[in-house]
Design a protein around this ligand. Sequence first.
Ligand code: NAG
Ligand code: NAG
Ligand code: NAG
Ligand code: NAG
Ligand code: NAG
Length: 312
Amino acid sequence: MEWHLSFFLVFCFSFVFSFACDTITPTQSISDGQTIVSSFQSFELGFFSPGKSQNRYLGIWFKSSPESVVWVANRNNPIIDSTGVLSISKDGNLVLLNQIQSIIWSSNISGVAEDPVAQLLDSGNLVLRKNISVNSGSYLWQSFDYPSDTMLAGMKLGWNLTTGQQLYLTSWKSTDDPSPGNFTYNLDILGLPQLVIYKGSMKWSRTGPLNGIYVGATPNVANMVFNPIMVFNPDEMYYMYRPVSDNIVTLLKLNQSGSLERLIWNKNTAEWKVLYSMPYDTCDIYGRCGGNAICSVSKSPICNCLTGFVPK
Ligand SMILES: *[C@@H]1O[C@H](CO)[C@@H](O)[C@H](O)[C@H]1NC(C)=O
Ligand SMILES: *[C@@H]1O[C@H](CO)[C@@H](O)[C@H](O)[C@H]1NC(C)=O
Ligand SMILES: *[C@@H]1O[C@H](CO)[C@@H](O)[C@H](O)[C@H]1NC(C)=O
Ligand SMILES: *[C@@H]1O[C@H](CO)[C@@H](O)[C@H](O)[C@H]1NC(C)=O
Ligand SMILES: *[C@@H]1O[C@H](CO)[C@@H](O)[C@H](O)[C@H]1NC(C)=O
């Protein structure tokens, strides 16, 4: 851990007069082993190896919980050694290069900015903006537009209706492999808007219709932790949430077995606690009992026919 810390300090100190430690400029890059940290120390960006894997990925994690990776850039394209470098290319994009300078991952936008800077915000959002002195809050690119398996406060889940771009969560394949797994968490907007977990193209679990007060089957306890926000207008339709207070750190994670977990950070024990998860119970699994049947977790078997029907 010590080499890691000293790397970080060296990196920061050498730029302390002109730049913050949360920023990458065209003349600075981050090599494997170096990191940048958001201004209030909430998030860190750098290279990591998940689980037992030796592969290297560029990711963002909670500074106080480095195991909790919330975003991965090169999910599909690991670097096999520690020669990775994140920098800003001549055309103004954030690029991740390997030893032979080939592009492993890129923010891949057109429309070059003169002196672009990338900044890791305290929300966990990595943003690319025009220049160091202009911070209008509008970004050329942002990691929040490319979710991995984790929805942080302030992220959108839903649709840009102008472009048809959909923002949704995709599970990791396994603890050792962040490439896309079998499950996604989407805002379905055909019919009554619903948040649905899919397994491949099949509905796996619905989490209920949205009503602006709470999200369907979400247990009531949630409302003491976060406020759900639903936005439906001609330009976009999305779901978002904000914690009820600044002291609360919470996230939504779609895990590799298809469960959506609402986690809350316990500062005293320095651990994540699962507040609830979905499917909330086996009855939430989509089509668990088929048509004309009632699902009840407290009964055995859990599926019972509606009056007048017999089991198939
Ligand atoms: C960048 O985007 C273009 C068009 O969307 C795509 O064809 C290309 O493969 C992308 N390049 C990278 C490095 O992702
Ligand atoms: C940033 O952009 C503004 C407006 O375009 C310009 O006036 C300023 O000189 C730029 N600053 C730097 C450091 O490039
Ligand atoms: C994804 O689903 C397929 C088919 O059900 C299964 O064979 C595969 O093992 C699953 N992959 C993961 C990572 O669970
Ligand atoms: C939809 O995407 C376009 C292109 O990226 C962007 O200009 C526009 O602001 C987006 N709309 C909303 C409502 O975010
Ligand atoms: C996914 O979440 C469920 C519910 O919290 C939990 O039981 C399960 O162990 C988790 N799976 C993994 C692989 O973490």
